[in-house]
Design a protein. Structure first.
Length: 312
């Protein structure tokens, strides 16, 4: 099966700045893929390369088998990109803008799909409004609609919900999830890590122009040493055999019968089997557990560990 996006050893430099240092990724058809990293990590350069807007110094990018440099026209038809920047023509209405975008791809009589896209993005009421009269959030909706107007099999969303309201986020993700279920490949970059964790099946993290983590969301979370078992001891103290697991000793004191006799400990755990071992040692030591809570690692924990120079 041909990959939706095949990125092979892509390098790009701007004078002394190495924006991409040999990035290789294979994104499968129908995948919902997350591309994450801090500002300056190379995400926008990589997306611009995928879109054919920037030529790599070396390496190659192909969309459904079409090279973005040597077969640009075919590759571009396969791709819909929602950019970060609000770029629009102030002289057209929303509907005119989408019809014009359809024309770029040789599509005639595309109003039925345009109406469906506008309805799903809550733009129907603004169809005949001039672009310059729209709010920033509405303009971003139009950018999403422009990217989808030719029904591309691959959709790239570069910070699509930056600066928009909750209602648009919910409507956008509902529509994009539907397209993904119908077989469209989606690549998402976002600073809202909870969005990536909720939507993406697989994630690549960039740091200084290199891929430093690549795996499924569930596998990444299992591999991070960030899950914590928080125990509130009503009496007794933590046994010495568990001290090496303490992330934060005595996080806070709780009053117990009016006295600060209960202590809280946060113990690092990697899987559920370790929880039973910890509880067994606590029982053997004779302590009384007043309260207990397991906090699992999430994408933010992973992101912070990786960007701090750690590895998975």
């Amino acid at each position: 099966m041909t990959a939706a996006i095949q990125i092979t050893n892509v390098e790009k430099s701007y004078k002394s700045l190495k924006a991409l240092g040999g990035v290789s990724l294979t994104i499968a058809e129908g995948e919902f893929f997350g591309l994450l990293g801090p500002n300056g990590a190379g995400k926008t350069t990589l997306i611009s390369t995928i879109a054919g807007l920037i030529r790599p110094d070396s390496g190659s990018v192909a969309i459904h088998g079409h090279d973005v440099v040597t077969d640009f026209r075919a590759a571009r038809k396969m791709l819909g990109v929602v950019p970060q920047e609000l770029v629009f023509d102030p002289f057209f209405t929303v509907r005119e803008t989408l019809r014009l975008q359809s024309g770029y791809f040789g599509l005639k009589n595309n109003d039925k799909w345009i109406d469906e896209v506008m309805e799903n993005l809550d733009l129907t009421g603004k169809a005949d409004v001039n672009m310059r009269a729209l709010s920033g959030g509405m303009k971003r909706r139009v950018l999403v609609a422009q990217a989808l107007v030719h029904k591309p099999p691959v959709i790239v969303l570069d910070e699509p919900t930056a600066g928009v309201d909750v209602e648009l986020r919910q409507g956008l993700w509902k529509f994009i999830s539907r397209l993904n279920r119908e077989g469209h490949t989606v690549v998402l970059t976002t600073h809202y890590l909870e969005e990536a964790q909720a939507m993406c099946q697989r994630v690549a993290m960039l740091r200084a122009g290199k891929v430093v983590a690549l795996d499924t969301m569930s596998a990444l979370i299992r591999r991070i040493s960030g899950s914590q078992l928080i125990v509130h001891l009503a009496s007794g103290t933590l046994p010495a055999s568990l001290r090496h697991l303490v992330a934060h000793d005595a996080l806070e004191d709780h009053e117990y019968n009016g006295k600060p006799e209960s202590h809280t400990y946060s113990l690092r755990v990697n899987d559920y089997a370790e929880v039973e071992q910890i509880l067994a040692k606590l029982r053997e030591s004779g302590v009384v557990i007043g309260e207990m809570q397991l906090q699992q690692a999430d994408l933010e924990d992973i992101f912070l560990q990786i960007m701090d120079g750690g590895s998975l």
